[in-house]
Design a protein around this ligand. Structure first.
Ligand SMILES: [Zn+2]
Length: 99
């Protein structure tokens, strides 16, 4: 999936890419790790109130790894949504606007 390169910095949502392309590779790696942690926290917070209408379970969102794609100036990552059933997983994915 392609993660919207938005994360919370000092209380404000910012796009990651405007400055990411000015950074050294090792700094980008550090930023990517920060994006991963921030995105996961943000996503988990966003889905925290959601419960499966049928099973009344909560979902868990995990970013597995994240990479900066220099050509497109975006962060890409794999993710996992742990839910009780596929229907609820679809709801959670829609809530997060991820594909
Ligand atoms: Zn369910």
């Amino acid at each position: 999936m392609q993660i919207e390169p938005i994360f919370v910095m000092q209380g404000q949502e910012v796009h990651a890419h405007p400055y990411a392309n000015t950074l050294e590779p090792e700094v980008i790696e550090a930023v990517a790790a920060g994006v991963q942690a921030d995105y996961q926290a943000l996503a988990q917070e966003k889905i925290a109130p959601l419960r499966c209408p049928e099973h009344h379970q909560a979902a868990t969102f995990t970013v597995l790894n994240i990479l900066y794609v220099e050509d497109e100036e975006v962060f890409e990552g794999d993710y996992d949504i742990d839910t009780c059933c596929p229907e609820f997983q679809k709801m959670v994915a829609e809530q997060l606007h991820i594909q």
